[in-house]
Write a protein that binds this ligand. Structure first.
Ligand code: NAD
Length: 497
């Protein structure tokens, strides 16, 4: 990448699109602002791309598909190898821009890039996935013999619509698999913080990918809607909130497109009295409050069982009070601001509603004060809410902020019932030293990802990332089932005489 992030930002005060391997200006009339959320300072304008811009991006991807899909897979893999090297070289710069635009700490930004690399590593194994291709010789037993084989072909152009919290990693969960399998893509990032991915996307060009294989259009909900309905878009990948996932899934499926939508969450954590105290509390607190709680895998509800409440509460409160909230680019910051003012206001409203319904604040993040020079930033301190009942909105709906609601249960069975009563099914966690309860929980918790003594249940990239209930719309997952999702099957029957 020849352009440093500083020169990129000074050159593109208005963010460009990336079409046919070139940064191109959007011809939009409408612009939103994107911020450094720790300073509350605008860093760039985000264009709402016109339908003409989107048509150009899809058409570039569509044209490129014809040639790209016929390249040998081993050639397509070589680009991935080069891309990996470029990302490794740019690790610090990418972590910095993630931190600056999303509000996560630099450490968290680096973590995002490590996970991005893991997605690439996983895609490098694609030739092995192809070993599931079947050929049967002489299926009918007649004369002359008939052979049948199933082959896989690339599908076409995929739209990839991503959320704000991992602006590079989430598109990269899918792009390496999609393009290495011979498809082409148009990415539509979140309008809140599209700087990192708009900057990053150019690495595909630097790695040698042909024009049009990877494209990006900036915009908002209207841009995604236009994109997914586009006649030349064959498939849709979406990651974001559940109400939007539901809409996108039904729109895509109604027009016969394949879709995979990873959605919102409300992840329960059961804390048993026999949990190992120090590492469990440390881990639970990090789970709830790292990245200011803005992770689809962040725990959303703490359910204490029996005497776990008395035993651990003080430790939790003391640990949470020690979290250092601050400007995300400072090395000693534990947790930065929220990514947007709107997000912060929504979290405050949820806290207020819960307090109005009888919840008690043990730690009140609304009172958190930062230094004067950061006073325009979107900071919210960590909040612990006690006396929460399982019916309250704060116990049932995704908060996506630094809040730990605590519900008390008298037994493991009651805790499990509360954990399973929600509408989401991304993850479920238990902290215990009992193999019996851990096993029971793993068996009966209705969620796609189960964790024992781990607050954040993120599977590695070579496992699927399966959500259930309102956390996932679709059948196939973009990781282990990438071959099924990103290719079409064809059966070839042959008889020779
Ligand atoms: P969001 O749903 O508001 O937006 C996601 C994307 O969809 C953005 O690009 C946005 O522009 C677009 N969009 C918004 N409304 C739309 C509409 N009506 N039609 C078409 N497109 C629309 O989500 P967000 O606030 O950016 O991200 C946070 C959410 O994402 C949380 O719910 C979180 O749990 C979820 N998430 C899920 C996963 C997962 O793997 N399950 C991972 C990360 C985030």
């Amino acid at each position: 990448m020849s352009l440093s992030i500083d020169s990129f930002l000074s050159r593109y005060r208005r963010l460009p699109n990336f079409i046919d391997n070139n940064y191109v200006e959007a011809d939009s009339e409408r612009f939103l602002k994107t911020y450094d959320p720790g300073l509350g300072a605008e860093i760039a304008e985000v264009p709402i791309s016109s339908s003409k811009n989107i048509d150009e991006a899809v058409s570039a991807a569509f044209e490129a598909f014809m040639k790209w899909s016929s390249r040998p897979i081993l050639e397509r893999l070589q680009y991935l190898v080069r891309l990996k090297i470029l990302i490794q070289e740019k690790m610090d710069e990418l972590a910095y821009i993630l931190s600056m635009n999303v509000g996560k700490t630099v450490r968290e930004g680096r973590g995002e890039i490590m996970r991005t690399l893991e997605a690439l590593d996983s895609a490098l194994g694609i030739p092995h996935l192809f070993m599931t291709v079947r050929k049967l010789m002489n299926v009918t037993g007649g004369e002359p013999e008939i052979d049948m084989e199933m082959v896989r072909e690339p599908v076409g152009v995929f739209a990839i619509i991503s959320p704000f919290n991992f602006p590079i990693m989430i598109p990269m969960w899918f792009i390496p698999m999609a393009v290495t399998l011979g498809n082409t893509v148009v990415v539509k990032p979140s309008e809140l913080d599209p700087v990192p991915i708009t900057y990053f996307i150019r690495l595909f060009k630097d790695a040698g990918y042909p024009d049009g294989v990877v494209n990006l259009v900036n915009g908002d909900a209207s841009t995604s809607q236009y994109l997914i309905k586009h006649k030349d878009v064959a498939g849709v990948v979406f990651v974001g909130s559940s109400p939007v996932a539901e809409k996108i899934y039904s729109t895509a499926c109604a027009s016969g497109k394949r879709a995979l939508c990873q959605a919102g969450a409300k992840n329960p954590v059961i804390l048993m009295p026999d949990a190992v105290p120090q590492p469990s509390i440390e881990n639970i607190v990090a789970g709830f409050f790292d990245m200011a709680g803005q992770r689809c895998l962040a725990p959303g509800l703490l359910i204490t069982v029996g005497e776990a409440y008395e035993k651990f509460l003080e430790m939790i409160v003391n640990r949470v009070r020690r979290i250092k909230i601050g400007y995300q680019l400072l090395e000693d910051t534990d947790t930065g601001p929220l990514a947007s003012l709107k997000g912060k206001q929504k979290v405050i409203e949820m806290i207020e509603k819960a307090v109005g319904q009888g919840a008690k604040t043990l730690v009140d993040g609304r009172k958190y004060k930062v230094e004067e020079k950061y006073s325009r930033g979107f900071y919210l301190g960590p909040t612990i809410l006690d006396d929460v009942s399982p019916e309250m909105e704060i116990a049932r709906e995704e908060i996506f902020g630094p809040v730990m609601p605590i519900v008390r249960a008298s037994s493991f069975d009651e805790a499990l019932e509360i954990a399973n009563s929600g509408e989401y099914g991304n993850t479920g966690t238990i902290y215990t030293s009992s193999g019996k309860y851990a096993r029971e929980f793993a068996k009966k918790m209705n969620a796609g990802n189960i964790a024992v003594n781990m607050a954040v249940a993120q599977p590695n990239q070579f496992f699927p990332f399966p959500g259930r209930k309102k956390s996932f719309y679709g059948v196939l997952h973009g990781q282990i089932e990438a071959l099924d999702f990103f290719t079409d099957r064809k059966v070839i029957m042959q008889r020779w005489w």
